[in-house]
Design a protein around this ligand. Structure first.
Ligand code: V07
Length: 253
């Protein structure tokens, strides 16, 4: 029997308010693309788009929490993003602190648990410290897990997992025959997080861009032309509805 959820938040969500409560995706992963293009269209510098994109996160986290999402992974900075102009990289590296200075109290109040995946070794110390502090201070929260992919690369993650397994074999703790998909998953940065049920990419690009290559093997993909700074809670609900329609169709055959 289907139960339905009626959202009364008219501020962020004017349409598409019906969701099947028995089929809410546990984990949504998002490639937050289109910030630079949003700024360009408005004649603003790229960094203005990044700043606006940060506001979208607050909005989307709130809605994800409302609809009962348990894990939200956001691709904030890829291993390839270091190739951007230094001024832009420097600006981007200030955003985790800015975001957390402003939002950590609200995240705390909403019982959100902050996590990260990615290689922290190349992050500036000020960035790493701010993120570590947020992770530490929210580690006992039991609500939505807000997982930031920060200096994350899917291939890098896979190579690191292979290295780990290689060392375990070398030390005689493991036989190659013992390596299973499940054991391999346990060596990834997401070992404590289920695979995403739904991937959203904004801004019309139809690519994975080295994001969660292993974990997205069975996920539903939802691509939208909407630029990340224009994305809102209503769009998130729409993506979940499309996800639910697909799931219902599969259930029929
Ligand atoms: C970044 C803003 C959102 C649009 C996409 C690119 C720019 C939030 C964070 C963040 C990261 C870790 C954390 C808390 C917040 C962030 C970067 C870029 C590098 F623990 N937004 N945001 N980090 N953008």
């Amino acid at each position: 029997m289907d139960r339905f959820f009626f959202n009364t938040d008219v501020k962020t969500d004017k349409k598409n308010m019906l969701l099947d409560q028995d089929n809410i995706p546990s984990h949504i992963a998002i490639i937050m693309d289109g910030n630079g293009r949003w700024a360009k269209q408005k004649g603003l510098p790229r960094v203005a788009g990044h700043r606006e994109g940060m506001k979208t996160i607050t909005n989307v986290v709130e809605k994800a929490n409302d609809i009962g999402i348990q894990f939200l992974t956001l691709y904030a900075f890829s291993t390839e993003n270091w190739k951007r102009p230094k001024t832009e990289v420097d600006f981007l590296m200030k955003l985790p602190e800015r975001f957390l200075d402003k939002e950590l109290p609200a995240l705390q109040k909403n019982n959100v648990k902050v996590k990260t995946i990615g290689d922290p070794s190349l992050l500036p110390p000020h960035t790493k410290q701010a993120v570590d502090k947020a992770v530490r201070e929210t580690e006992n929260n039991s609500g939505l897990v807000l997982n930031f992919a920060l200096n994350y690369g899917g291939r890098h993650e896979l190579v690191e997992a292979v290295r780990k397994l290689g060392r375990e074999v070398e030390h005689g703790h493991l036989k190659p025959e013992d390596i299973t998909e499940s054991l391999f998953s346990d060596r990834l940065l997401t070992s404590e997080i289920p695979d995403p049920d739904l991937l959203i990419r904004t801004s019309g690009e139809i690519r994975l861009s080295n994001f969660m290559l292993w974990q997205l093997a069975y996920s539903e993909f939802w691509f939208t032309e909407v630029l990340w700074p224009d994305f809102n809670g209503g769009h998130l609900v729409e993506a979940v509805q499309r996800y639910q329609q697909r799931k219902r169709r599969y259930g029929g055959v």
